[in-house]
Ligand binder design. Structure first.
Ligand code: SAM
Length: 243
């Protein structure tokens, strides 16, 4: 099964997971960490792999004119119901229904570790960007996806049983507060992302590595582990032309 088929199969679980108030890291810290590297609204923002549309709605609330695209018909249907005036289209990241240079900004928030064809997706991001246009990308940090903590203590060792350096598919079943979700994604080393961006003529201008931030309340030991290893990586890239 392709990763995009796996997302269509998990669509209902994802809608529950993504929309439960305060449940996902998105609401607790991840959205705000990410928005810190997003340029101000311009001509047209593409939200690539928009899912049920939470970030598209948040970007619109901040003044962006947004087109949301996702490969999952069920998630695009849910995005349209939540935002009937919005523009949501079902398409693959490797075949975007947009013309060359249509966008000044592409957002790919937590979607590129889930696409089957990374170079195909980055080539399309570059094609639909105007010269000098930017893309802001959030992914599961490649260190995170390469291994596991061995236990739930704050000082748990983090072990890479396979290899960081090659690609592999992984499945994470997560159950929390009565909501269950199975994530199927692809581990890719940082160099694989860099090669795909380089080939597409996208130059990196910012990288951020995000742990779980400290907050007003004491973190659980389980969460404290994620203050030693980054959960997510954010990148901002600029269309620079052919390498
Ligand atoms: C972790 S979800 C993130 C959704 C959304 N960005 C959010 O944060 O709420 C990953 C998304 O990538 C989408 N996706 C996976 N492969 C895709 C592809 N080839 N083309 C377009 N979207 C894809 C999935 O359908 C899913 O909605």
């Amino acid at each position: 099964m392709s990763l995009s088929d796996a997302w269509e199969r998990e669509a209902n679980a994802w809608i529950k997971w993504a929309r439960a108030p305060g449940h996902d890291s998105y609401w607790r810290f991840h959205r705000d960490q990410f928005l810190a590297i997003v340029p101000p609204p311009g001509r047209l923002t593409l939200d690539l792999g928009c899912g049920e549309g939470r970030l598209s709605r948040d970007l619109q609330a901040r003044g962006h004119r947004v087109i949301g695209i996702d490969a999952s018909p069920a998630l695009i249907g849910a995005a349209r119901v939540a935002d009937p005036a919005g523009d949501y289209r079902c398409a693959d990241a490797c075949k975007l229904p947009l013309s060359d240079g249509d966008c000044d900004l592409v957002i790919a928030f937590m979607s590129l570790q889930d696409v089957d064809d990374l170079p195909g997706a980055t080539a399309e991001i570059s094609r639909v960007l105007e010269p000098g246009g930017r893309a802001c990308i959030a992914i599961v940090h490649p260190l995170n996806s390469s291994g596991r903590f061995v236990d739930e203590s704050a000082t748990s060792p983090f072990v890479i049983r396979g290899t960081y350096l090659s690609e592999s598919e992984y499945t994470d079943f997560v159950a929390r507060d009565g909501i269950e979700m199975t994530f199927r994604s692809r581990h890719r080393p940082l160099e694989t992302y860099s090669l795909a961006l380089e080939a597409a003529g996208l130059c990196i201008d910012a990288i951020r590595e995000h742990p779980v931030p400290s907050g007003p309340t004491e973190l659980s030991d389980r969460s404290k582990r994620w203050q030693r290893i980054p959960l997510f990586m954010h990148l901002r890239v600029r269309k620079c032309g052919a390498p």
